[in-house]
Design a binder for this molecule. Structure first.
Ligand SMILES: [Zn+2]
Length: 376
């Protein structure tokens, strides 16, 4: 549901649903993944065998860590949010000034710096990672053209590489006094995404000490179009001078990176089984499509429905329950008042006036993952 009251927005994640079918499979090359700097050249077979054994041991001990896409928000022609710093503030980043000579802090620069630090931290823990960009460019390290192409490149890279998790790094923009940290997952996401968001949010709040704005749901492109548990983290507000100054400090950015990393590690230790790799939504279409692929159900989108403005959307209809092989209905309800209990496998969502899946009251939607009971 869209949060009531003020909604913080950095520009990229407000990107409206792009009408039409998803584009063809991308031919974007994924950033090179190096096997952590080991080069084998001109060595005897016995040496190779010893090396294989030596490398296999730590890998096995760290097998719990998933394959993670790290997505630094914005880049190139899309700067994201802008903060204004006291003149001459050192940031450890590319110096930025505006026409009036003011010292600026750009969200795209901070996001990339945090993402590179996060990538390093994760690799240090033995995780396999994939950066959706590594320079001041659009997704796939391509020149920035349009927001749609940029965002699609990011999700294509992650989907094609079949990463286990997708973590988008952003910082926020609203008022000069708005403050705090928040983490998003998709409206119709699985319980896995929600848990990942909670674990990362907890670590971020503990590490930064900023107000806890909580875990929220949204329909942002990168959350809607990724086929694995996905979250979008908003560290602090660039529009708040105090938080901009905080984010200008490389030590703080390192703390943020490590907090996200610890959140991912906490989530990984839960051993949550992610749902099948269907994209959560297909569409939207302007007119009702003649057919909907198996596994999806069609919903009418509305003015207030953040997953698409007008037209139709196909959302994942359910999934084969790993233990029973059953297919559950995607939603139960709606109820006018909050039900006292929700069946296993579902999570409760508040419905809204413009939400096509229910007009007012409550709805139970499929949580989409088997969560150990003790950790629910
Ligand atoms: Zn952003």
């Amino acid at each position: 549901m869209p949060p009531t009251g003020e909604t913080a927005r950095c520009s990229q994640r407000t990107h409206p649903a792009t009408l039409g079918r998803p584009g063809p499979a991308s031919t974007l090359p994924a950033p090179a993944i190096r096997p952590r700097g080991h080069t084998i050249r001109r060595v005897r077979p016995t040496t190779i065998l010893a090396l294989v054994i030596a490398l296999a041991a730590p890998a096995a001990a760290q097998a719990a860590l998933p394959y993670i896409a790290v997505d630094p928000g914005h880049g190139g022609g899309d700067t994201g949010a802008t903060g204004i710093l006291p003149p001459g503030t050192q940031t450890g980043l590319t110096p930025r000034t505006d026409a009036q000579g003011r010292t600026l802090l750009l969200e795209k620069d901070i996001n990339l710096d945090i993402a590179i630090r996060l990538d390093g931290w994760l690799r240090g823990q033995g995780a396999r990672t994939l950066m959706t960009r590594t320079q001041d460019l659009a997704g796939g390290d391509r020149p920035y053209t349009t927001e749609g192409a940029d965002l699609r490149a990011r999700t294509d890279i992650a989907n094609e590489a079949k990463v286990d998790l997708f973590v988008s790094v952003h910082n926020n923009a609203l008022g000069t006094t708005t403050s705090g940290t928040e983490t998003f997952h998709y409206y119709y996401s699985s319980a896995a995404s929600r848990l990942l968001a909670q674990d990362v949010q907890t670590q971020m709040v503990a590490a930064l000490g900023l107000p806890d704005r909580g875990v929220k749901t949204a329909g942002f492109y990168v959350l809607r179009n990724t086929r694995m548990p996905a979250i979008l983290v908003e560290g602090g507000f660039l529009t708040n001078p105090t938080e901009a100054l905080l984010l200008a400090d490389p030590n703080v950015r390192q703390r943020i990176a490590e907090a996200i990393g610890r959140g991912i590690a906490t989530f990984s230790a839960r051993s949550v089984t992610a749902p099948p790799r269907l994209p959560p939504t297909i569409g939207p279409w302007r007119t009702r499509p003649a057919s909907v692929p198996a596994g999806y159900r069609l919903v009418r989108t509305g003015v207030g429905n953040p997953v698409g403005k007008g037209g139709w959307l196909a959302v994942v209809a359910g999934f084969s329950n790993p233990d029973g092989g059953r297919t559950l209905p995607a939603t139960i309800g709606p109820w006018r008042t909050r039900p006292s209990s929700v069946p296993t496998g579902y999570r409760l969502v508040k419905t809204g006036r413009g939400n096509a899946v229910g007009k007012g009251g409550w709805l139970a939607v499929l949580s989409g993952a088997q969560v150990p009971a003790a950790r629910r």
